[in-house]
Design a protein around this ligand. Structure first.
Ligand code: CAA
Length: 261
């Protein structure tokens, strides 16, 4: 895929089969306004349908992943206007991305920025990362998943403190509480995310997508229904060339050559 010109994001290809989207509104700490979110979702959707890409990385700047939804854009809005402009609804498109999305987070991940990171599949944080939901200071609450995903990730007590009283998590706390995969120095967190993405992108693509889908189902359903869902994916993978290749390679004591079919 050729790089496309966007105004609020940059799309790069830093490693084989890896697509990187960089939020790029530095003057507003990457505040997530409508045009930025539209471009972000368009870019992720395009990368998701590109067969040459196996895994996506989403990042901001070293100073700020994103400082939240754009307060200036919504300050005077009515509920009807927010609904008409699809203010939060467009975020749902992230849930439809089938390839893994890794957030590389440094600096502020506040409000919608924290929610955007939480909506990704994994998070690599820099030592300066700060995760928080300060919406209560604005007289509102998180609107793009914070109350739901933080509660699932951290449990009720800490989620309550973060959302009701603007308790922020340092990178060290975030890794301790299982919110992020690992923490790296500012100089290398993005490369770590890219390396992880490249490693995943080198694996059997259909199985990777099935694995992501099955894990996400754990948040949507009962254990019995989730187990049935997983089992169906497992059986279905036996219709792929990559399953035959993977098992033949193991038995033949050689490396598999995946085709994504
Ligand atoms: N929306 C719009 N503009 C923002 C912004 C946001 N979320 N965050 C920062 N900016 C802008 C500031 O208005 C400022 O612009 P000007 O230079 O034109 O005045 C610029 O970015 C720099 O910000 P500060 O001067 O405040 O910089 P700082 O270093 O003193 O503080 C900060 C940085 C701690 C991130 C602070 O800007 C801040 O607290 N931002 C707001 C964080 C927030 O409340 N986020 C939640 C938003 S609501 C939401 O996200 C709803 C949802 O769930 C979807």
């Amino acid at each position: 895929m050729q790089p496309t010109a966007y105004e609020n994001i940059l799309v790069e290809f830093p490693a084989a089969r890896v697509g990187l989207v960089r939020l790029n509104r530095p003057r507003a700490y990457n505040a997530l306004n409508g045009p930025l979110m539209q471009e972000l979702m368009d870019a992720l959707t395009a990368l998701d349908s590109d067969d040459e890409i196996g895994c996506l990385v989403l990042t901001g700047s070293d100073k700020a992943f994103a400082a939240g939804a754009d307060i200036a854009e919504m300050a005077e809005a009515t509920p009807v206007e927010l609904a008409q402009m699809n203010f939060i609804h467009r975020w749902e498109r992230l849930r439809e991305i089938k390839k893994p999305v890794i957030a590389a987070v440094s600096g502020y991940a506040l409000g919608g920025g924290c929610e955007l990171a939480l909506a990704c599949d994994m998070i690599i944080a820099s030592e300066t990362a700060v995760f928080g939901q300060p919406e209560i200071n604005l007289g509102v609450i998180p609107g793009a998943g914070g109350t739901q995903r933080l509660t699932r990730a951290l449990g009720k007590a800490l989620a309550m403190e973060m959302v009701l009283n603007d308790r922020r998590l340092s990178a060290g706390e975030a890794v301790q509480f299982g919110l992020v995969n690992r923490v790296a120095p500012v100089e290398s967190y993005l490369q770590e995310a890219i390396d992880l993405a490249a490693a995943i992108a080198a694996r059997a693509p259909v199985a990777v997508r099935a694995a992501k889908d099955a894990i996400n189902m754990a948040f949507e359903t009962s254990l019995a229904a989730g187990l049935a869902y997983e089992r169906n994916h497992f059986y279905a993978l036996f219709s792929t060339e990559d399953q035959k290749e993977g098992m033949a390679a193991f038995l033949g004591k050689r490396s598999p050559a995946w085709t994504g079919r």
